[in-house]
Ligand binder design. Structure first.
Ligand SMILES: Cc1cc2nc3c(=O)[nH]c(=O)nc-3n(C[C@H](O)[C@H](O)[C@H](O)COP(=O)(O)OP(=O)(O)OC[C@H]3O[C@@H](n4cnc5c(N)ncnc54)[C@H](O)[C@@H]3O)c2cc1C
Length: 285
């Protein structure tokens, strides 16, 4: 009979669920549940792999605190574990006066957060990125980095296993409810054609990505509505060999930071992601 009672259960083995399971497994018997046959195959495998420097979020916000602390912890983790992590830096390019004004505000905002940024002179820009045509100004964020997300996920998952956590692939959480006795939770879990089983845990972490609103709504009085958005990348194989991430000034009417040039740790260049709102999850395929 498999063990069905845990200190903690984490739903979803994306980068968030795996990281949370890694931390919890060091403290309590932990179960990581993933409905797909392998870890981190969805959003966690389809992103830009950028470690943001924390330029944009409001001061004193949780996002700023987590971004700054997370970036520092991530760099140390990658260095300790030999995971490719490169501080390539990011350039934000202003093509008009209003965009230049935006960059000056961004520079002041970053300085207030103690996040380094600097304007490039035309000479320095020519030296660093001769292919950039900047109408007005270019701001450099030297701390923005890229990470090898596959290597990162493999290392985090290895730690989860080292702490003897249980990992159940092909296991979909279909129901969550309070236990009749005590302060814990009961999860209904379906595993393919097998009969559904119930698992108990003192604490449950919902890291189910696209499914997290639906799962939260099973237990929470506050109801959440998901808003799905699809991003597509465009591969580039032309002669230019930029060394930095290159961003436009964000357009207020669009979600995201605008289509930018991304580099990965293997040197591949892509443009993206664009933003395409989708009414349903199946519209994202
Ligand atoms: C186009 C794009 C680019 C991005 N670029 C960056 C970037 O450069 N830098 C950055 O920091 N962030 C970036 N992000 C954001 C980042 O990728 C996400 O924040 C992160 O991957 C979310 O991870 P997650 O573990 O929460 O979700 P996911 O990776 O979606 O993982 C959730 C997991 O839960 C599983 N699951 C769902 N429902 C259930 C269930 N009922 N039972 C069991 N398992 C379930 C799923 O199968 C999945 O494996 C980007 C996002 C997008 C879309």
């Amino acid at each position: 009979m498999p063990k069905l009672d845990f200190g903690a259960a984490v739903i979803g083995a994306g980068v968030v669920g795996i990281s949370v399971a890694r931390a919890l497994a060091a403290r309590t018997p932990t179960l990581l549940l993933e409905r797909l046959p392998a870890p981190a195959t969805l959003t966690s495998a389809r992103n830009s792999g950028i470690v943001h420097a924390g330029l944009y979020h409001p001061p004193n916000s949780l996002k700023t605190r987590l971004c700054l602390r997370g970036a520092a912890l991530l760099q140390t983790f990658c260095e300790t574990r030999d995971i490719p992590f490169h501080r390539v830096g990011k350039l934000v390019v202003a093509q008009s006066q209003p965009e230049a004004a935006f960059l000056h505000n961004l520079h002041a905002h970053a300085s207030a957060l103690a996040v380094p940024t600097q304007f490039l002179t035309r000479g320095r820009l020519l030296m660093l990125e001769p292919d950039i045509c900047a109408g007005e100004a270019v701001l450099l964020s030297p701390n923005t980095a890229i990470v090898d997300t596959s290597a990162l996920i493999a290392a985090l998952l290895a730690d989860v296993q080292t702490h003897s956590a249980d990992i159940a692939f092909g296991s979909t959480v279909t129901g969550i409810r309070r236990a009749d006795v005590g302060s814990g939770w009961i999860l209904d879990v379906s595993c393919g054609d097998l009969p559904s089983i119930s698992i108990s845990a003192d604490c449950v972490v919902n890291a189910a990505g696209h499914d997290s609103c639906r799962l939260a709504n099973l237990t929470s009085l506050e109801k959440f509505t998901p808003h799905y958005c699809k991003g597509t990348y465009f591969a580039y194989s032309g002669p230019a060999r930029p060394k930095h991430l290159i961003y436009p000034c964000p357009n207020k009417d669009l979600a995201g930071l605008g289509i930018h040039l991304t580099l990965d740790t293997a040197g591949q260049i892509r443009f993206g992601p664009d933003t395409e709102w989708a009414r349903h999850l199946f519209g994202l395929r």
